[in-house]
Design a protein around this ligand. Structure first.
Ligand SMILES: *[C@@H]1O[C@H](CO)[C@@H](O)[C@H](O)[C@H]1NC(C)=O
Ligand SMILES: *[C@@H]1O[C@H](CO)[C@@H](O)[C@H](O)[C@H]1NC(C)=O
Ligand SMILES: *[C@@H]1O[C@H](CO)[C@@H](O)[C@H](O)[C@H]1NC(C)=O
Ligand SMILES: *[C@@H]1O[C@H](CO)[C@@H](O)[C@H](O)[C@H]1NC(C)=O
Ligand SMILES: *[C@@H]1O[C@H](CO)[C@@H](O)[C@H](O)[C@H]1NC(C)=O
Ligand SMILES: *[C@@H]1O[C@H](CO)[C@@H](O)[C@H](O)[C@H]1NC(C)=O
Length: 311
């Protein structure tokens, strides 16, 4: 049975679309598609927003270098050190909201119609980046800060509902990148550093520092098996498709291009009984609607496998 969930936020707009309750934040720039109470999955689409209202200011390609620190404020510093040391990212992760929706559809379909929670940022990344520290996120604009806090408010609401009954929760932060030809899954482990993916086996002793700590506790799987064994998310996607994922049995580390180990959202939310992945989807898997759907369904099936077997 599916029970309705009511989440209260001041001045938020409530709307039902196809039976899903959509809460729009007071600013109008964050949407929370409330999942069913039975769902233990929370999905974030934070970097596919397109809105750029001028009163929310704008972010610059870099902050200001000042005495060993990077300061992010309304001044655009163009000196060499600022540009080199304090760079940030403004680009939109195109089609990642579409992938988020396909992924949610697939997960719901595989769990008897139980809809995951989805949090969407409609403000462009050139204006706010909710996956950064608030200074770098807003460049000091107070209106952008409101949107930043709304996003995190709804993520926390969703995680709270998803955890009800002391459940293990799966937090999926959906992103896109152009720096690597393969999709990168971030678990807060680096690539080619001594305690990174370069190790033959990433030991379980490192699990508390990763976004999979809880799953290592409850699944009976080793950290390394969850990261890049046959039943890892990467392994499951690769075994039934042409898509390439790092890490996985075939791609245990990133040999070419960047690797994305996960950002502030993962550090903040994939703790205690929440596990998380920052999925950095490559360009090819985002290019056409047919490919997006195919990739999202494979990803969704891998998530369903974990929910069924490891949670
Ligand atoms: C921003 O920070 C830089 C470096 O500290 C400083 O030079 C500049 O005056 C600041 N701008 C504002 C508007 O506070
Ligand atoms: C994804 O985007 C396409 C248009 O490119 C649209 O037709 C489709 O309905 C979207 N899918 C979902 C699940 O939102
Ligand atoms: C929904 O799940 C059923 C199996 O339970 C499967 O046959 C069907 O293809 C799925 N549909 C979608 C759209 O994922
Ligand atoms: C919740 O589960 C964890 C183990 O995952 C356990 O340590 C904790 O005591 C449980 N809390 C409650 C309130 O049941
Ligand atoms: C992606 O693949 C193409 C063709 O195989 C190659 O030329 C390019 O260097 C690759 N880019 C990265 C970042 O790995
Ligand atoms: C976990 O991270 C902390 C802080 O970066 C570090 O000091 C510690 O050695 C790490 N623990 C393991 C087991 O890797």
């Amino acid at each position: 049975m599916k029970l309705p969930v009511v989440v209260v936020a001041t001045c938020a707009l409530f709307l039902y679309a196809h039976g899903v309750q959509i809460i729009t934040s007071p600013s109008g720039l964050i949407r929370y598609a409330v999942g069913d109470v039975e769902s233990d999955v929370v999905i974030s689409a934070a970097h596919d927003g397109a809105m750029e209202p001028p009163e929310y200011g704008k972010r610059y390609p870099n902050g200001c270098y000042d005495n060993g620190n990077c300061v992010f404020n309304s001044t655009y510093c163009t000196d060499k050190l600022s540009v080199e040391v304090c760079s940030t990212t403004l680009t939109r992760d195109t089609h990642t909201l579409n992938i988020t929706n396909h992924l949610a559809d697939r997960i719901a379909n595989g769990t008897g119609g139980v809809r995951p929670h989805i949090i969407i940022c409609d403000l462009a990344r050139s204006v706010v980046d909710v996956n950064r520290h608030i200074d770098e996120a807003t460049f000091g604009n107070d209106n952008a800060a409101v949107v930043f806090h709304e996003y995190h408010y709804y993520v926390q609401q969703a995680l709270g509902i998803a955890a009800s009954g002391n459940r293990t929760v799966f937090f999926l932060d959906i992103h896109g990148q152009t720096g690597n030809n393969k999709t990168c899954l971030g678990y807060l482990i680096d690539n080619d550093v001594p305690d990174g993916l370069i190790q033959d086996v990433v030991p379980d002793s490192q699990a508390p520092n990763t976004s999979l700590a809880q799953l290592v506790r409850v699944s009976g799987q080793s950290l390394d098996a969850l990261l890049r064994g046959p039943e890892s998310i990467g392994g499951l996607i690769e075994s039934s498709s042409r898509f390439q994922v790092i890490p996985s049995p075939n791609n245990p580390i990133s040999l070419a291009g960047f690797y994305y180990h996960g950002g502030i959202n993962l550090h903040k939310y994939a703790v205690d009984t929440v596990i998380g992945i920052q999925a950095e989807i490559n360009v090819e898997a985002r290019r056409t609607e047919a490919v997006r759907k195919e990739f999202s369904y494979l990803f969704g099936d891998a998530v369903l496998y974990w929910l069924k077997n490891f949670f």
